[in-house]
Design a binder for this molecule. Structure first.
Ligand SMILES: [Zn+2]
Length: 149
């Protein structure tokens, strides 16, 4: 299940379908939160099921399902399990906003990206990695030449 606390950089690139799927996921997450609160207050309420949501929105169940799934795929990729998504979201909340490790770059790293990710999409590309590696080698060669001179 998707959580509602995602920031702008992740959401900017979503398709319309994924956007509406995210909205459905949001509604269900809010209902789940409401249910916990009412349980604390001693009154019972049922979670919002995807079937009820489809009824409320007057949409076919399969459309709701497929839009939620689309949001999930666009935000996390197709092969991430529920528990992996949950873990990533929890870690994202703990980490807060991260920025690219390139000293001249101010782009932020998606809160949903892997925790070891240090560079933005641009500086994290294979070409950029090779460039960094060559620069570092050239700098090391220069400094050792400096020491012997
Ligand atoms: Zn960068």
């Amino acid at each position: 299940m998707l959580r509602p606390e995602l920031g702008d950089p992740e959401l900017a690139g979503l398709s319309d379908k994924a956007r509406s799927g995210l909205e459905y996921a949001r509604l269900m997450a809010e209902a789940a939160r409401g249910r916990r609160l009412s349980a604390l207050a001693g009154s019972a309420s049922w979670p919002l099921t995807i079937e009820e949501l489809a009824q409320q929105k007057d949409r076919p169940l399969i459309q709701i399902r497929s839009e939620i799934n689309q949001a999930r795929v666009e935000l996390f990729g197709a092969n991430l399990s529920d528990s992996a998504i949950d873990y990533r979201l929890r870690k994202a909340g703990e980490r807060g906003l991260r920025t690219c490790a390139d000293p001249n770059c101010r782009r932020s790293i998606s809160a949903l990206a892997n925790g070891r990710r240090r560079f933005c999409d641009f500086h994290g590309s294979p070409a950029a990695r090779v460039r960094r590696h060559r620069l570092a080698r050239a700098a090391a060669a220069n400094s050792s030449r400096g020491e012997t001179a």
